[in-house]
Design a protein around this ligand. Structure first.
Ligand code: DOR
Ligand code: ZN
Length: 333
């Protein structure tokens, strides 16, 4: 049976720049209607000009494909209301990284002092700009996300009108936090619905599954599956597809990131099917919930997934996708 998904959205995507952008952008553009584009370039996207120029480069890489890149800025506590007013129409969200926590996040926030963040976060609340957060402390790697919950709660409490999106959640603690504050939402990746730390490091080291936040325990994955498969209204799909060149992954000091863009929608459909979840919930998880949370109306684009074995390519130029050379059950028509 074929599955049709209306205007699928990827609410967390890394497209990079240059040749990498040209390799990866068409892969998402052919299977999604739009995506929230992460700003962690070198240097980060933090001016209106950066946003406009980067969006142009993305559109060039995509060519004629019908696809909307929803742009973001890299959060700085120095952004004033005046600046945000001037850039508001060009962006859909602002992404906050704790300093040094992941790829190209050196210029992020340290300390999370509410007074230091107040002006920018109040302005974002007033202008209705969502705040996306990579929620990890610099503590022990398995505990970083759970430790960050107190910061999420502090922000949610102090800025009740700010939409806060807990990006790529990986723990049951984050799932629980969703229902504690009205203004907390979350994205969930495909890989965190499928793998645990065992898949990364339980046997031979699997660098292509190494990412931040690191995959956690079976019970965490179960909690994520529960809210994704039931399409909890506060969760949405965000692949966090994060391509790195093969030699940066298959190396000591392996870069963090799983490249899922070419298989994301197909494997998501397979996952919902294998878990006997409804197609209505799949539609909500990959589009409808995000439309409501972000208040966006994506371009109409029906993606048809055909039930047909598909062998995932070994590589896309110099990037290795998740499930390289493995057979998946759906193919995009
Ligand atoms: O694994 C990751 N890779 N996690 C992130 O948060 C960033 C991403 C990247 O940009 O490579
Ligand atoms: Zn990311």
């Amino acid at each position: 049976m074929n599955i049709t998904i209306k205007s699928p959205l990827d609410m967390h995507l890394h497209l990079r720049d240059g040749d990498m952008l040209k390799t990866v952008a068409p892969l998402t553009a052919s299977s999604f209607s739009g995506a929230i584009i992460m700003p962690n370039l070198v240097p980060p996207v933090n001016t209106k000009e950066d946003v406009i120029e980067y969006k142009k480069r993305i559109q060039e890489a995509i060519g004629d494909e019908n696809f909307v890149p929803y742009m973001t800025l890299f959060f700085k506590s120095t952004y004033t209301k005046e600046f945000l007013e001037s850039v508001k129409d060009e962006i859909s969200a602002i992404k906050l990284y704790p300093a040094g926590i992941t790829t190209n996040s050196e210029g992020g926030v340290s300390g999370f002092d509410i007074d230091e963040l107040r002006e920018t976060l109040n302005a974002m609340s007033e202008l209705n700009i969502p705040l996306c957060i990579h929620g990890e402390t610099n503590g022990f790697v398995m505990d970083r996300e759970a430790e960050f919950i107190t910061i999420y709660e502090k922000l949610a409490f102090n800025f009740p009108n700010l939409k806060i999106i807990m990006e790529h959640i990986t723990t049951k603690e984050s799932v629980e936090a969703l229902d504690k504050f009205e203004n907390l939402y979350a994205t969930i990746t495909l890989h965190h619905l499928i793998i645990t730390l065992d898949d990364v490091a339980g046997g031979m080291l699997e660098p292509h599954l190494f990412c931040k936040p690191i995959a956690k325990r079976p019970e965490d994955r179960e909690a994520l599956l529960r809210v994704a498969l039931s399409a909890h209204p506060k969760v949405m799909f965000g692949s966090d597809s994060a391509p790195h060149p093969k030699d940066a992954k298959e190396a000591s000091h392996c870069s963090a990131g799983v490249f899922t863009a070419p298989i994301a929608l197909q494997v998501l459909a397979e996952l919902f099917e294998d878990n006997n979840a409804s197609l209505d919930n799949l539609q909500r998880f990959v589009s409808d919930n995000a439309q409501k949370i972000y208040n966006i109306k994506p371009i109409e684009k029906n993606i048809i997934l055909e039930k047909e074995d598909f062998i995932v390519p070994k590589n896309y130029n110099n990037v290795i996708p998740m499930y390289a050379e493995k057979t998946i059950k759906y193919n995009i028509k």
